[in-house]
Design a protein around this ligand. Structure first.
Ligand SMILES: Cc1cc2nc3c(=O)[nH]c(=O)nc-3n(C[C@H](O)[C@H](O)[C@H](O)COP(=O)(O)OP(=O)(O)OC[C@H]3O[C@@H](n4cnc5c(N)ncnc54)[C@H](O)[C@@H]3O)c2cc1C
Length: 482
């Protein structure tokens, strides 16, 4: 019997090493128990015990219906009792989009060829030229010192250049006057700007990702698209999108802002619409926007729309000069100088036509936000984070080369080299994740964004974590100097 146990241990290690399928384990267990019985190493009782201990578990794990009934279902039932029930809004958020190739990372056997088959992300000649000419020129126009110390904003010349050269319409289709750039090109532009001036990067990325344009392109009525998209592309309209409020941030589905369906007078005519009451804060471009994308919970107590009494989150576009819209004072989030501010309104009447996509989209706001704004976030936040990390690594590396102590460049000391190496390595990982995310969006897997922002939200969290590490690296570098 000891020899059989030795065989069992060696074979199990070998099966683990080759990551053998469950069916191989089952086959091996049957052969092993049978051999032990036939050779007389295990008697009748021992054979039965071995079969129960080894063959039965392998059988349950291998045969799907058995596995589901005896193992997966009882475990899931236990978890169902432990976990809080999932709300419809949470379900919408989780179900928005797909999980793309990233799902394979959790399979234990990611399909590398599928990943390589996507090929590298590339730029068209037009996109490359925009990056080399317009984007380069914008980088010449701005720098962090001037935006923070002189203008506390982008300079008027910079704003005009951004509008004139179409930076605010990079994702808008050409037929509506935009540039129709790929997500990858968008990402390259934001990353480059972020190496020069964070306010410029944020000011360009928000209308291209978080702004109402994305929602209009997918859900807007033709009339809304024709009206807004060319103006947004030319920078004649400055958009903002107000979802979160002082009381609902991460848990944005519970926003307290409401719009009650009612009849009101608009442009002299009785019109079906909403009385909207809202209070939003930290809204990027909120302080300068001409058009406010607003998310609120639609309520229809009199069932004027003929459906549910609580249709749900709804997104509308409201001109900021509409009576009742309050644009509050400007926020200074961590003294960053990109434009950001609160806005509010009480019982402001807006016509139903201002809902993005019109009547058909009343109540669909949450699903649409989860699906499409997440894609933008998968581009904007990772790209700006990688840009900032690149400049941090470059600056730190250069400093380590020119700063001499003990008659040696500090970058030549082992402790500093280790920190620099870690920073460079992490930067490669970050940049690879950024490129892959943008490429995935271009390939059509917009949910990647959702995945990126929540589950893997990948990029965003990776970006932040990596940046922290870079900063830690920089701190270590300073320590090394001391
Ligand atoms: C500079 C800036 C610009 C912004 N621009 C806009 C904009 O244009 N439009 C807009 O609608 N909103 C905007 N926001 C608001 C932004 O969306 C919210 O700040 C964000 O959703 C987080 O909400 P919160 O700040 O209320 O934090 P909270 O939700 O209060 O979270 C506080 C902390 O708890 C953590 N936390 C929360 N829930 C969990 C959980 N389940 N598990 C673990 N940790 C958790 C969070 O990560 C965070 O660290 C902006 C905010 C800032 C700072």
């Amino acid at each position: 019997m000891p020899r059989f146990i030795l065989v069992l241990v060696i074979a199990a290690l070998a099966l683990v090493y080759v990551q053998a399928r469950a069916s191989w384990w089952l086959t091996f267990m049957i052969v092993w128990v049978a051999a032990a019985h036939v050779t007389g190493a295990a008697g009748q009782v021992a054979t039965t015990v071995l079969a129960i201990l080894f063959v039965l578990p392998a059988l349950v794990l291998t045969i799907k219906p058995l596995r589901r009934t005896w193992l997966a279902k009882p475990v899931v039932d236990i978890f169902r009792k432990i976990l809080p029930e999932m709300s419809p809004t949470e379900r919408d958020a989780i179900e928005a989009g797909t999980v793309w190739w990233d799902a394979q990372l959790f399979s234990g056997r990611p399909h590398r060829d599928t990943l390589l088959g996507y090929g590298p992300a590339t730029l068209t000649p037009e996109e490359q030229s925009f990056l080399d000419v317009e984007c380069e020129k914008l980088c010449d126009l701005v720098n962090d010192w001037e935006t923070t110390m002189v203008w506390q904003d982008l300079s008027p010349t910079t704003w005009q250049y951004i509008k004139d050269k179409g930076f605010l319409g990079m994702t808008i289709p050409k037929q509506y006057g935009g540039k129709q750039f790929s997500a990858y090109a968008h990402s390259q532009v934001i990353m480059k700007l972020a190496t020069r001036c964070s306010a410029a990067a944020v000011s360009v990325m928000v209308p291209n990702s978080l702004g109402p344009a994305e929602l209009l392109m997918h859900y807007g009525t033709e009339e809304q698209k024709k009206h807004y998209l060319p103006r947004l592309a030319r920078g004649e309209e400055i958009p903002c999108f107000a979802l979160t409020s002082p009381y609902a941030g991460s848990d944005a589905a519970v926003i307290p802002d409401v719009g009650i369906v009612c009849k009101g007078t608009f442009e002299g005519r009785e019109t079906l619409g909403f009385h909207v009451t809202w209070d939003k804060c930290y809204i990027t471009f909120g302080s300068i926007a001409t058009v406010l994308g607003l998310a609120f919970r639609a309520l229809d107590p009199d069932r004027l729309l003929g459906g549910d009494a609580e249709p749900g989150i709804t997104c509308a576009l409201i001109p900021t000069d509409h009576p009742g819209v309050n644009i509050g004072r400007r926020h200074w989030p961590l003294n960053a100088v990109f434009q950001n501010g609160p806005n509010s309104g009480k019982d402001v009447f807006i016509p139903l036509d201002w809902v993005i996509g019109g009547r058909a989209q009343v109540g669909n706001g949450w699903r649409t936000l989860m699906k499409y704004l997440a894609a933008g976030r998968a581009i904007s936040l990772p790209s700006s984070n990688v840009g900032m990390a690149k400049i941090a690594v470059r600056g730190t590396g250069a400093y380590a080369a020119v700063r001499h102590q003990f008659r040696t460049a500090v970058g030549k000391f082992e402790g500093v080299q280790e920190a620099l190496g870690r920073m460079g390595g992490n930067l490669y990982v970050m940049d690879a994740a950024r490129r892959l995310s943008a490429h995935a969006v271009d390939l059509g897997d917009r949910q990647i964004s959702h995945h990126r922002t929540h589950a893997h939200g990948d990029q965003r969290r990776h970006g932040r974590r990596r940046r922290q590490r870079h900063l830690h690296g920089a701190v270590e570098l300073s320590c090394a100097r001391l």
